[in-house]
Design a protein around this ligand. Sequence first.
Ligand code: NAD
Length: 470
Amino acid sequence: MKFARSRNECECDHEVDAAASNPAPVAEQQSAATGDLVIIGLGYVGLPLAAEACSAGLKVTGLDVNERVVRGLNSGVSHVDDLSEEDVRSMLDRGFTASTDPSVLATARTIVICVPTPLSPEGGPDLGAVTSAAESVAAHLSPGTLVILESTTYPGTTEEVVRPLLEKSGLVAGADFHLAFSPERIDPGNPTFGVANTPKVVGGLTPECGEAAAEFYGRFVDTVVRARGTREAEMAKLLENTYRHVNIALVNEMAVFCQELGIDLWDSIAAAATKPFGFQAFYPGPGVGGHCIPIDPNYLSYKVKTLGYPFRFVELAQEINGRMPSYVIQRAQELLNESGLALSRSKVLLLGVTYKADIADQRESPARPVARKLLAKGATLTYHDPHVESWQVDGEDIERSTDLDRALAEADLTILLTDHSDYRPKLLEEYARLLLDTRGVLRRAPKDEDPTVVPTQARRHVEREGIQVL
Ligand SMILES: NC(=O)c1ccc[n+]([C@@H]2O[C@H](COP(=O)([O-])OP(=O)(O)OC[C@H]3O[C@@H](n4cnc5c(N)ncnc54)[C@H](O)[C@@H]3O)[C@@H](O)[C@H]2O)c1
């Protein structure tokens, strides 16, 4: 596909189309807007953004199709890990309201779309929520509004999918209203980086659109990075996530053969990580989860396929990461067999069923395929997860253990799948009969270790029989 540079932010490239080349300056147009900001989609991305904008003094309205979410927020209940009920109450005190009524869009100066972009049953992009949000915006769009898409998607979506839908309003992007893409980089559960201190990439349909978006985010984000256009901003997000996906697959593949070669990969990674340049450590695990890593590269792969050839790195990474749950089962079986036990007659405890540590989000968690395979092999399953009160696999309720010490002591085999901070090495070593640690928790430096010590010296070693690290 030709990446047409018809509208971008590069001063040196002026192949602009009619609307963009001779725009009536959007900022100068009289806007009927009275609200500062409407955020469409109040999930893991939209809600923290709303909170940050409220803190900066913007008048924020949230629009969501889910009545339960809207009712909950309006009564001070948070449904995402990164915001407490206190945070939501403080948003309400600052004038935040949530609504299911799209007419709130008519009074917005800025509209940010943060709706989900899942995969279709065929594995391709499902832009249904984005197109329906864009149609709602078009029905209420006023001149002078800034519309920003934040949902992760393939390059070209803002221009080829969202723009024509918005222009059904009769207003022209770049002339009557501003249009931009800004990828969300939120890392749920990250105590260090949030909306305000993670640099925000923005790419506008025209330089003016980019400027308007940069100015908007500049009100509550420390650093705004201008990408050349919407496609470059869309691609930046997919590059970040594909990079992680591919590197995780690299260490996962290495974990499998290092086990057979008798090499301690965790030790090798720690040693390599002492290089102060040119290397970033990634760690093996039971597979990839969450809404980004397993899904976003498919969006890029889809776009590349329109050119008539595959994106081979992504396909390979998917294959390797997708095989990890089966590898976990293989290792679990071997560990049991070494003690004369059979999986079909064993009690197996899963520690952590969310996709990452210290959050409640279960989306695409590798715990589910691991559990499915264990059940198929006849194991008796329980789980422990401080963040998940009930858990079903293919409609079957899995028994929850809340007493960790006891659950560890009672299970024939424990498989640690998520490195929640409750899972402390000493406790695991003391109580677990057999343990497969798929996250390297047992190899990490103790928390009180001197941070100036280089990682190789800080690495723990597993000293007990019956305990293995992936
Ligand atoms: N969760 C993350 O860590 C993360 C990080 C970076 C980027 N993203 C991207 O951000 C986007 C949103 O993800 P999320 O995790 O916040 O999703 P989410 O499922 O947590 O929240 C999305 C919200 O949008 C609402 N919604 C769906 N369709 C709607 C519509 N037509 N109109 C109004 N509301 C609608 C849903 O009811 C839901 O409350 C996705 O594209 C995702 O890939 C997510």
